[in-house]
Design a protein around this ligand. Structure first.
Ligand SMILES: *Cc1c(COP(=O)(O)O)cnc(C)c1O
Length: 295
């Protein structure tokens, strides 16, 4: 059986810069599992079920040296009985996240940035003739991922006027948008790109939507310089939030998303009394890649 006893709930937050304008809730997907965290479990779940059904025994995937997806795949592989291999982008490095991957038995193959671009080739070169091997896309992107992310909305206990979620590949966003539309909720979905040039997400999200014309709000101006980039202003914001609430945010995804909520609240983009929900997509080990920024 591929399942986790997950404990993710909607927590009402008291954080004056936002909550003097609107009611703020956070869905605590960061509490799903320490290593198979947040949306990475959502995205893996149906991939792992499919892998079992197809008698696969070995998962092969791709990611950067601080990829939450790699850690989640390594931990889930160990838990559910799959061998795991990751092609890691860039020159060989050691860091705490990769050490944890190794502890979970993941095999790491470092590939230079150019070779990393051609993932099909990397996979086929080694695994073409092995039919017990399943390839998982970078970040877990795909239909199974989208399906798992619908469960975030299925679990909600009340209706919100706005739901905010961070986005990298767009799979999580697509699952949320699909389920909001499926349940006919009167909810605006806001997707915050953590990458620069986030307009590409329109296509990536659109490719996974049931109704490609489904409306959602894509915010592309809260990337703080780009993926895994940050500014002292964002770091200060994360610090003040964590100190006041006891909830950690990561600087790559969730910090930027909550910042967007605060900025829009201050620009009076919401109505007084609106209920805003941020999906805490987890990924807190992202902090480990930026410790010098926090000192
Ligand atoms: C991976 C990740 C995302 C991005 O999810 P996508 O489905 O790829 O858009 C968002 N937040 C956190 C914390 C993540 O680790």
């Amino acid at each position: 059986m591929i399942d986790l006893h997950i404990h993710s709930y909607e927590e009402k937050i008291d954080f004056a810069p936002i909550t003097d304008k609107v009611d703020l809730y956070i869905k605590r997907d960061d509490l799903i599992h320490p290593y198979i965290s947040g949306n990475k479990w959502r995205k893996l779940k149906y991939n792992l079920i499919k892998a079992k059904e197809e008698s696969k025994t070995h998962l092969v995937t791709f990611g950067g040296a601080f990829s939450n997806h790699l850690l989640a795949t390594a931990a889930a592989g160990a838990k559910f009985g799959f061998k795991t291999t990751a092609f890691v982008r860039g020159e060989k490095v050691q860091n705490p996240l990769l050490t944890m991957c190794t502890l979970f038995g993941m095999e790491l193959i470092f590939v230079d940035r150019e070779s990393y671009q051609n993932k099909e080739f990397l996979f086929n070169e080694r695994y073409k003739d092995f039919n017990d091997v399943m390839m998982l896309a970078e970040g877990g992107y795909g239909n199974e991922a989208e399906l798992g992310c619908r469960e975030i909305v299925k679990e909600l206990t009340q209706e919100y006027q706005h739901i905010f979620c961070a986005s990298g590949t767009g799979a999580t966003a697509a699952g949320i948008i699909n389920e909001v539309s499926h349940k006919n909720l009167n909810t605006q979905v806001h997707i915050v790109s953590s990458l620069k040039g986030g307009d590409f997400l329109k296509t990536e999200i659109g490719n996974l939507l049931e109704n490609p014309n489904q409306h959602f709000n894509l915010h592309t101006d809260y990337h703080f310089g780009g993926y895994a980039k940050t500014t002292p202003h964002l770091i200060d914001f994360i610090k003040s939030f964590s100190k006041k609430t006891g909830i950690l945010l990561d600087p790559v995804y969730t910090g930027k998303t909550l910042f967007a909520i605060q900025d829009l609240a201050q620009k009076n983009a919401f109505k007084k009394g609106d209920k805003i929900l941020m999906i805490h997509t987890g990924g807190l080990f992202g902090i480990l890649g930026m410790i010098e920024k926090f000192s």
